[in-house]
Write a protein that binds this ligand. Structure first.
Ligand SMILES: Cc1cc2nc3c(=O)[nH]c(=O)nc-3n(C[C@H](O)[C@H](O)[C@H](O)COP(=O)(O)O)c2cc1C
Length: 188
């Protein structure tokens, strides 16, 4: 039997998705925010969309600098992911409070987060605001990943031990304070 759920929860049927840490930089200041509403929207050229609420500090920084790094954390950074999704860069220096380490970007002026498993560097090409979030569409101009974590796809389930497997997987967001990691590969 299926039950109707509140419309406000319907988007969670499209989870889990990686809980990313988005870094932005404007006038020398670097900020990081947690973002899960990220989706590929073009293969050629490769593009992603990021839905960002106008109330966030990141929104203004990204509008101005038009560059960002999508950093993809693993389970080890769950606490930092939660923290970067609660505080605002308008109030606190989240890089300092979380202890995350910045490393220079390769093709953008924005630094990435060294502790993350992967980094997608991107440049904004357009933005639309169809509802209460702005959808920034950005071209991917470079991507890097821990080599043991990825072989054409995430290798999540191929570590030697369950702990290895979890460490090499992206942390996935289910909604609210709920997260998970992938558990079992299925090849068809
Ligand atoms: C797991 C998780 C996922 C989130 N995903 C998004 C998102 O996709 N878009 C968004 O605008 N805010 C999202 N947030 C909320 C922002 O991270 C939060 O508003 C943050 O404080 C904004 O930081 P800033 O003001 O420094 O930019 C998420 C929060 C969490 C904890």
């Amino acid at each position: 039997m299926k039950v109707e759920i509140p419309l406000s929860q319907a988007h969670r049927l499209l989870a889990p998705r990686p809980a990313c840490l988005l870094t932005t930089r404007y006038r020398g200041q670097v900020n990081v925010m947690t973002i899960a509403w990220v989706c590929p929207v073009s293969l050629e050229p490769p593009m992603v969309m990021m839905a960002i609420h106008p109330s966030t500090y990141t929104h203004g920084m990204l509008q101005r600098s038009e560059e960002a790094v999508l950093n993809i954390p693993g389970r080890a950074l769950a606490e930092q992911v939660a923290a970067c999704g609660e505080a605002s860069g308008a109030d606190v220096d989240k890089i300092a409070t979380t202890g995350l380490t910045l490393e220079s970007g390769h093709r953008v002026e924005v630094p990435g987060i060294a502790e993350c498993l992967a980094h997608i560097e991107c440049a904004v090409v357009t933005a639309v605001t169809p509802g209460d979030h702005t959808v920034f569409v950005a071209e991917i101009i470079g991507a890097w990943v821990e080599e043991e974590a990825f072989a054409g796809t995430w290798r999540c389930t191929q570590g030697d031990t369950p702990e290895d497997q979890e460490e090499l997987c992206p942390l996935l967001h289910l909604g609210g304070r709920q997260f998970c990691v992938p558990g079992k590969a299925i090849e068809v």
